[in-house]
Design a protein around this ligand. Sequence first.
Ligand code: 6PG
Length: 297
Amino acid sequence: MDRLGVPCISLRTCYKNSLIHKSLASMGFTEENEVKPKTRVLRYDTEEDVAVALAKYTAELSAKYIKEKGSFSVVLSGGTLIETMRKLVECPYKESVDWSKWLIFWVDERVVPLDDPRSNYKLALDGFLSKVPIPAKNIYPIHYNSSPDHVAKDYEARLKILVEKKILPLSPTGFPKFDLMLLGVGQNGHVASLFPNHPQCHEKKRWVTFITDSPKPPPHRITLTFPVINSASDIAMVVTDKKEAYPVYVAIEHIHVKPKLPCAEVKAAEELTWFLDKAAASDLPPGPPLPHGPPVM
Ligand SMILES: O=C(O)[C@H](O)[C@@H](O)[C@H](O)[C@H](O)COP(=O)(O)O
């Protein structure tokens, strides 16, 4: 927060914006044609502030995408994200959001029955989906049926059918294009169920893959792959814990570490927004990051 209580946007973002503005102005574009910046870092004092900001951001994107394309596809993760989404199911958003146009997917799932307490579907159902009128036919859980490989193939096949039916658009990259992904970050820098030093991070063809030795329990998990994650239009990285301060720092400051941290590999097609509370931002330089380029490797 700055002294006026306004969340700090990274100077690097402001710098990028000013370059974008200059080049647009030289091409004769006006503010109306404004291009979104690629990355924003929003720093808040508390987790409560993050929850408030995340609800506003999500509701605004919902209105924008529904106006533009008639639907809003949202990809959820597990962990603390659902709890941080709590303000979205409260006034004014509970009433103002057009929930009938939402489509819900999961970026990852534990290979357990959907009513198992460890299931990301159950987590979202209990904390979010049961509180808003999203039509059941618009909710696409990752079904547990047999082996992790089979579950992953099944979800990929279902996504392909949605693309064929034009319920989901295909991005120019050849992967499905979701409107918004809401991701958490693990202490070891993982996102979704893509863990450092695991081959799933390098998958280039499959839309959905699986892991049977996840360092975060349970070991069997299904996950969307990076080509799908990075084809999403907007991505929010939501982090509100001191435990994740180091991976947040590595990703935002472009620090070279080996193995690479998955959270540093996330790129949105349009805009990546980091929502951080003070604890999650505590390894970043004080105040907004400096307007320099990535550090020399
Ligand atoms: O199912 C999962 O475990 C997640 O999707 C995982 O990627 C999670 O988002 C991170 O581990 C952050 O979890 P926390 O928010 O609990 O730190």
